[in-house]
Design a protein around this ligand. Structure first.
Ligand SMILES: [Zn+2]
Ligand SMILES: [Zn+2]
Length: 359
């Protein structure tokens, strides 16, 4: 009898605990959220990392819908300076999730003007202005034609600028810091690149790639304290890319799997979608397969390879093998298929290449 009563009390206590957890779940969630908000507000990834060159994947996707990947975006951190190469859809959110506030972005560099590389610019530009009380616009670096992108976006957001200033006042959102300012350069002929920035130990070289009929189309090489990164932009097989990637520590390169794209084309044909069939054939001519990227990385003497701008999307990890084909056999160094929030670090004063994932 005594034992039965104890069990009854225990059951009652468990039931009450469960009920209290359910009844107060909102308050508990808020309590759990508070430290997370404080952590996110104060976070600055660039100041947490050791001195060196770092790549954070702020978008490993492509124009094809991929719920797991933002559009094309590669953040390059040199010391504490943050550069962003391309700003595809959702990239601003991925930057923020990594602890890289758009307010801290020094420059955005565009490789070319395909829509998937610029359709995240609006949010990134707004956050650069509003989150940082920036007094000068966000520099938008790119080959000739970048002026049109900057002017166009500034025009689209002109009314929003008026509203934001009315909401918060000029001290919080200084009108002088609104929008983008274009910093164009003339893309060189294919071959050796041109240095477009060389200050404070950071050197950025732009070189032309093969993305016809898109022209200009460039890639960028970053050099800092003996470490180096190349971001390919969009390109088919490109001798110019190989030339400018000589001995690079990390090659960040776009990749398209002809085999998996072929499956898309077949399915589109079966569904009677002739326009999609045509597109799946066209894109083979202005992108690069993982195997060819591996060959080019080997020819350049690149030490590590990170594949991004993945076409088609890879929803599960088991598809990485079919996506890569023979690429791993053709390149001796580390080869990774990028996910958003991947981080590759090249510490200064070392030859180390470390890959991690930000959670
Ligand atoms: Zn693209
Ligand atoms: Zn493109």
């Amino acid at each position: 009898m005594k034992r039965g009563r104890i069990i009854l009390v225990l059951v009652w206590l468990v039931a009450m605990t469960l009920w209290a957890g359910w009844a107060f779940r909102g308050q508990i969630a808020v309590r759990l959220m508070e430290p997370q908000i404080a952590k996110a507000m104060g976070r600055n990834l660039a100041s947490e990392l050791p001195d060196g060159l770092h790549v954070m994947v702020c978008g490993s996707g492509s124009p094809l819908t991929d719920l797991k990947r933002s559009g094309p975006c590669t953040a390059v951190i040199a010391g504490t300076r943050v550069f962003v190469v391309d700003a595809g859809e959702g990239s601003q959110e991925t930057l923020a999730a990594a602890g890289l506030s758009p307010a801290k972005v020094e420059r955005v560099l565009l490789t070319h003007f395909h829509s998937d590389h610029i359709d995240g610019l609006g949010g990134l530009t707004l956050q650069h202005w509003a989150a940082g009380a920036s007094k000068s616009p966000l520099p938008l670096v790119g080959p000739t034609g970048v002026e049109q992108i900057a002017d166009g976006l500034n025009l689209v957001y002109a009314q929003d600028k008026v509203y934001r200033v009315a909401h918060h006042g000029e001290a919080v959102v200084p009108p002088s810091g609104f929008g983008l300012v274009a910093q164009p350069f003339v893309a060189p002929a294919k071959g050796p690149g041109v240095v477009i920035l060389n200050e404070g130990g950071v050197k950025i070289t732009a070189f032309s790639v093969d993305h016809e009929p898109v022209s200009p189309a460039v890639g960028y090489r970053f050099d800092y304290k003996g470490r180096s990164v190349v971001v390919s932009g969009d390109t088919a097989r490109s001798p110019s890319l190989v030339l400018n990637s000589k001995g690079v520590d990390l090659l960040v390169h776009e990749a398209l799997s002809p085999r998996l794209v072929g499956l898309l084309g077949t399915a589109a044909g079966d569904a009677g979608r002739g326009n999609v069939v045509k597109v799946t054939k066209d894109i083979l001519t202005y992108h690069t397969s993982p195997e060819v990227v591996a060959d080019e990385a080997k020819a350049a003497g690149a030490r590590a390879l990170l594949l991004t701008h993945l076409v088609p999307p890879i929803p599960i990890r088991a598809l990485e093998g079919p996506f890569l084909g023979d690429a791993r056999k053709r390149f001796d160094g580390p080869l990774w298929v990028a996910n958003d929030l991947d981080l590759v670090s090249l510490p200064a004063g070392s030859t180390a290449i470390k890959k991690s994932h930000i959670r």
